[in-house]
Ligand binder design. Structure first.
Ligand SMILES: [Cu+2]
Length: 135
């Protein structure tokens, strides 16, 4: 499939609202680290992108020494450059990051896969989302 919006991830500008108040967060535990992901809108919609924030903790404390990258893709479909990795922007506090996704251009199964990079070690965590086609 072809995307109709160039540029997959748009870096958010300073001063945008914090997204952490979205209550539809998801969490993964990886190797003693905890990754929580929140999005706005909380439920992704076909034809739109989403603002995502991620909070990374180790033993309950912000993992400020790590960085996060993310890719957005459909696991069941060849989507070429859409699966490129993007570095998330640090948010206002340690261990917090944000990014804007590309457009969710069709219904079906999507995945946001995160690469947690701490020094030499990279850990991966994936979140699956099923988008309904609009009526
Ligand atoms: Cu597709």
């Amino acid at each position: 499939m072809r995307r109709n919006v160039p540029g997959i991830f748009v870096v958010m500008t300073a001063g945008m609202l914090s997204l952490a108040c979205s209550d539809k967060g998801q969490q993964r535990e990886v190797d003693g680290m905890s990754l929580s992901v929140f999005s706005r809108p909380a439920v992704f919609e076909v034809g739109s992108n989403a603002e995502i924030t991620a909070t990374l903790q180790r033993n309950g404390k912000p993992a400020g020494d790590c960085s996060l990258r993310v890719r957005q893709y459909m696991p069941g479909m060849e989507m070429g450059a859409d699966a490129a990795w993007h570095t998330m922007e640090p948010d206002r506090s340690a261990g917090k990051f944000r990014a804007t996704t590309g457009e969710f251009s069709m219904g079906g199964d999507w995945e946001l896969e995160f690469a947690i990079e701490c020094g030499e070690v990279t850990r991966k965590a994936a979140f699956r989302y099923t988008l309904e086609w609009p009526e």
